[in-house]
Design a protein around this ligand. Structure first.
Ligand SMILES: Cc1ncc(COP(=O)(O)O)c(C=O)c1O
Length: 442
C-alpha cells in the first residue's frame, strides 16, 4: 500500500501534447505571470516549439524558424548537432556513471585537460560547474583567495553583465537586476575599455595593487568558445588573463556545463593544499558524466569542423551586408558593430524614422519608447519572415545577432533580405502592421 496517494501529476507525454494556450496558462500560474505578459506582447505566446535541428526551430505546425538568436551564444553548434547527440546517447546507452563524486572522474579529468589544451599560457587548471553565474562566482572567490589578502576590492566594467547570483550580480552594472539586493562590499565600477581610467583607480587605491598584484578575470561566457573567430575573445588582444570563465556552448547545446580555467600559480595559491582543496569544489553536478562527455565531444567537433574559421568568415560577411543595409536606411539604423558572430544592430530612436515635420514631436517619447521598435521589428521578423533575433536589456535599441557557428552564407542572406524587406515598409507602417497583427490575434 502507498504511504501517500500520487498527486495529480502530469507526464512528459502530457507536456508534448499541450497547445500554446495551455502552456501560457501554466506559465502564468506557475512560472511567472509578468514574464508571460512580456512574451504575449512580443507575440511569443502563440507558438510552441516541437523540436529543433541545426539552424532551425520547428514549431508544432511544422513551421521552420531560422535561429539568429542562438540563445545568447549557447548554441554554437546549432540544435542537436548529430555528432554531439550521438556522444550523449552513447554515454547513456552504455550506462556509464553520471554521479560518482566519491571516485576520480576520467571524464572530468579529460574535459579539464582539453580545456587546458585550448587555453593559451598556463591557464591549466579547470573548475567545472553548471552555469556562467556559477563559473563567475567560483572565479571571484578564487581571485579573492589568490590575491593573498583578505577582502580585496573587485573592479568591474560599466555596462557589464556577469550573472544573477549574488557575487556575479554585485559586479553586474544593472540597476534593474541589482534592484534592492544586498551586494558584495568593496567593489568599484570603471568605464569599459578605458585603460587610463583603470590605471587612475589602481593608483588612487594602492591597496588594490598590493604586493600580490592584480588578478584579472575574463568573463568569456558569451563571447568565448569560438564566437569571435578565436577560442577566447581576449586572444585578439594578445593577452592572457589569470582566470577565464566559460559556459553556454561548452555543453554542446545539449547539457549544462560551466567552467573556469585558471593559471596554475593562481589556483595553487588559493586551493593548492589538501587542507584548502575542498574550500570551493568539486560541485556535485560539475562532474556529471554525460555533461562532461558531451562537452568533450563538442570541443573536438569545434576543431574538426573548423567552426571558428566559419565564425570569422560568416561574421565578416554578416557585418558587411548589415553595413550596406545601414547605408540604405541611415535614418533607421544608427550603428552596426561586432566581431565574428557576435553582432549588434542598433536601431535609431523611433522619432528618427518618422516623417520630417513630426520628429521633434515624437522625440519627447524616445526615452520611454526605447526598445519598442526593436521589439516590433523582432516580433515581425518572427511573424512574417520566420526569423528569430535577440533583444538587449542594457541598450534596448540593439538587436543582437548570435547565430550558431555552423551558419552558412545563405542563412545570412535570408536574415539580411528579411530585414531589408521589413525596413523598406518605413517606421509608420511597421508600427501599424504590428498593432494590426497583435489586435487580430488576441
Ligand atoms: C557574459 C555573461 N556572463 C555570465 C552570464 C551568466 O550565465 P548563466 O545564465 O549561465 O548563469 C551570462 C549569461 O547571459 C553572460 O552573458
Amino acid at each position: 500500500m502507498h504511504v501517500s496517494a500520487k498527486p495529480d501529476l502530469m507526464t512528459v507525454e502530457d507536456a508534448i501534447k499541450l497547445d500554446p494556450e495551455d502552456v501560457a496558462a501554466l506559465m502564468a500560474k506557475h512560472v511567472s505571470p509578468g514574464q508571460q505578459r512580456m512574451l504575449k506582447l512580443l507575440g511569443f505566446d502563440r507558438l510552441l516549439i516541437d523540436h529543433a535541428e541545426g539552424m532551425y526551430y520547428v514549431d508544432q505546425g511544422g513551421r521552420k524558424i531560422l535561429d539568429f538568436f542562438g540563445a545568447y551564444g549557447a548554441l554554437g553548434f546549432g540544435h542537436n548537432h548529430p555528432r554531439i547527440l550521438a556522444a550523449e546517447r552513447a554515454f547513456s546507452d552504455a550506462r556509464r556513471h553520471d554521479i560518482a563524486i566519491a571516485f576520480m572522474s576520467q571524464y572530468a579529468a579529460v574535459l579539464s585537460y582539453d580545456l587546458a589544451q585550448v587555453s593559451p599560457g598556463d591557464l591549466d587548471m579547470a573548475f567545472l560547474c553548471v552555469s556562467g553565474s556559477e563559473a563567475n562566482e567560483a572565479a571571484l572567490k578564487l581571485g579573492e583567495r589568490a590575491a593573498g589578502r583578505r577582502k580585496p576590492t573587485v573592479l568591474y566594467a560599466e555596462h557589464s553583465f556577469h550573472g544573477k547570483t549574488r557575487g556575479a550580480l554585485s559586479v553586474s552594472d544593472s540597476d534593474l537586476y541589482q534592484a534592492d539586493f544586498q551586494l558584495l562590499p568593496r567593489r568599484r565600477k570603471v568605464p569599459f575599455g578605458d585603460a587610463d581610467a583603470l590605471e587612475r583607480v589602481l593608483d588612487r587605491d594602492r591597496s588594490i595593487c598590493d604586493a600580490h598584484g592584480v588578478i584579472w578575470i575574463a568573463d568569456e561566457v558569451q563571447c568565448g568558445y569560438g564566437r569571435t573567430g578565436r577560442f577566447f575573445a581576449f586572444e585578439h588582444e594578445n593577452v592572457v588573463p589569470d582566470i577565464a570563465t566559460l559556459a553556454k556552448s561548452l555543453g554542446g547545446g545539449k547539457t549544462a556545463v560551466g567552467a573556469y580555467v585558471a593559471r596554475t600559480p593562481v589556483f595553487m595559491k588559493a586551493y593548492g593544499k589538501p587542507q584548502t582543496a575542498l574550500i570551493h569544489g568539486p560541485a556535485t553536478f560539475g562532474w556529471i558524466g554525460t555533461a562532461c562527455a558531451t562537452a568533450i565531444e563538442a570541443l573536438n567537433t569545434l576543431y574538426d569542423e573548423d567552426l571558428m574559421r566559419n565564425a570569422a568568415e560568416q561574421g565578416a560577411y554578416l557585418l558587411e551586408r548589415l553595413q550596406s543595409l545601414q547605408a540604405k536606411y541611415p535614418a533607421l539604423i544608427a550603428d552596426v558593430r561586432g566581431r565574428g558572430l557576435m553582432v549588434g544592430l542598433e536601431l535609431s530612436d523611433i522619432s528618427q524614422g518618422m516623417p520630417r515635420g513630426t520628429r521633434t514631436l515624437f522625440s519627447s517619447f524616445d526615452k520611454r519608447l526605447r526598445g519598442a521598435l526593436t521589439g516590433i521589428v523582432g516580433a515581425l521578423l518572427l511573424q512574417d519572415y520566420d526569423v528569430l533575433v535577440a533583444f538587449t536589456e542594457y541598450n534596448r535599441n540593439v538587436i543582437r545577432l548570435e547565430p550558431p557557428l555552423i551558419v552558412e552564407r545563405s542563412h545570412v542572406d535570408r536574415l539580411v533580405d528579411s530585414l531589408d524587406d521589413l525596413l523598406s515598409r518605413g517606421v509608420t507602417r511597421i508600427v501599424l502592421d504590428y498593432v494590426r497583427k497583435t489586435k487580430l490575434s488576441h
